[in-house]
Design a protein around this ligand. Structure first.
Ligand SMILES: NC(=O)c1ccc[n+]([C@@H]2O[C@H](COP(=O)([O-])OP(=O)(O)OC[C@H]3O[C@@H](n4cnc5c(N)ncnc54)[C@H](O)[C@@H]3O)[C@@H](O)[C@H]2O)c1
Length: 251
């Protein structure tokens, strides 16, 4: 791609869950569009290996996003190394399929910590500079489970994703007049280990029948929406949840 085609040239993006399937797909498109990208994940070994492989515009920062202090310290290192964060992709998350009676207090906290608290802590860190420079993009990964109550996903997971959608609306309203947008992507059944390993064959076959498009989602299709929302031309879209579910839910 020529430099003039790189619509995000010089921008700094921070992607959480970067060592996972969908996060990595998002990192790749942001690099293609000219960003310097901070890969954030607590899987240090894989995160570091990926950043090394992706080249000089990718850098690994390994910390637990559910820990407020670690987020503050990690964000400071990112700004020092790459500069002010222009694009925040809150994508890290963990799946839990346990329904209400099977979810204990520890699991509830663990899922909320990874899926919701981290997005809040990181948003808090990046917002002041985004407001000051009058440009920013916050892109959250919600889920179809936020709307359905979880077809296969459990209670804590579905609630965390519902809250992620609400966090998106709240940030969007507060930040709109500063040139900062906040949107979310609500995928369903992306081809990742989260899906391939956690569903049994019978569940997979039933879902394939139920999804009108007749297949699971490719990680690159998720990344394409990240690229779209990150674009300077997406500045009039805010407080939107973009469904990417193959027609499983039409509303
Ligand atoms: N796979 C799907 O079909 C699907 C559907 C809807 C939503 N989602 C959401 O998409 C996002 C990415 O999912 P994926 O399938 O790529 O998962 P994944 O397991 O491949 O990647 C998630 C990454 O997040 C990291 N992570 C988890 N908790 C963390 C923490 N506290 N601090 C730092 N890093 C942490 C993990 O190490 C992992 O690398 C998640 O938020 C998930 O809930 C996935």
């Amino acid at each position: 791609m020529s430099d003039t085609a790189k619509v995000l040239l010089g921008k700094v993006a921070l992607v959480t869950g970067a060592a996972g399937t969908m996060g990595l797909a998002a990192v790749r498109v942001l690099l293609e569009d000219g960003c310097k990208v901070a890969l954030v994940d607590f899987n240090h070994a894989r995160n570091k290996a990926l950043a090394d492989e992706l080249g000089p515009n990718a850098a690994a920062f390994s910390f637990d996003i559910s820990d407020a202090e670690a987020v503050q310290e990690g964000h400071a290192r990112i700004v020092q190394t790459l500069g002010t964060v222009d694009i925040l992709v809150n994508n890290a998350g963990i799946l839990s399929n346990n329904k209400v009676e099977a979810t204990d207090a520890q699991e509830w906290r663990r899922v909320m910590g990874a899926n919701l608290d981290g997005a809040f802590y990181l948003s808090q860190q990046v917002v002041p500079a985004m407001k000051a420079q009058r440009f920013g993009r916050i892109i959250n990964t919600s889920s179809l489970a936020a709307k359905t109550g979880g077809l296969t996903a459990g209670t804590a997971y579905s609630v965390s994703k519902g809250a992620m959608s609400a966090l998106t609306f709240s940030l969007a309203r507060e930040l709109a007049s500063f040139g900062v947008t906040a949107n979310a992507i609500a995928p369903a059944y992306v081809k990742t280990p989260m899906i391939t390993e956690q569903l049994n064959e019978e569940q997979r076959q039933k879902l394939l029948k139920d999804i009108p498009v007749g297949r699971f989602c490719e990680p690159e299709e998720f990344a394409h929406v990240v690229r779209f929302l990150a674009s300077p031309l997406a500045g009039f879209i805010t407080g939107e949840i973009i469904d990417i579910n193959g027609g499983l839910l039409m509303d």
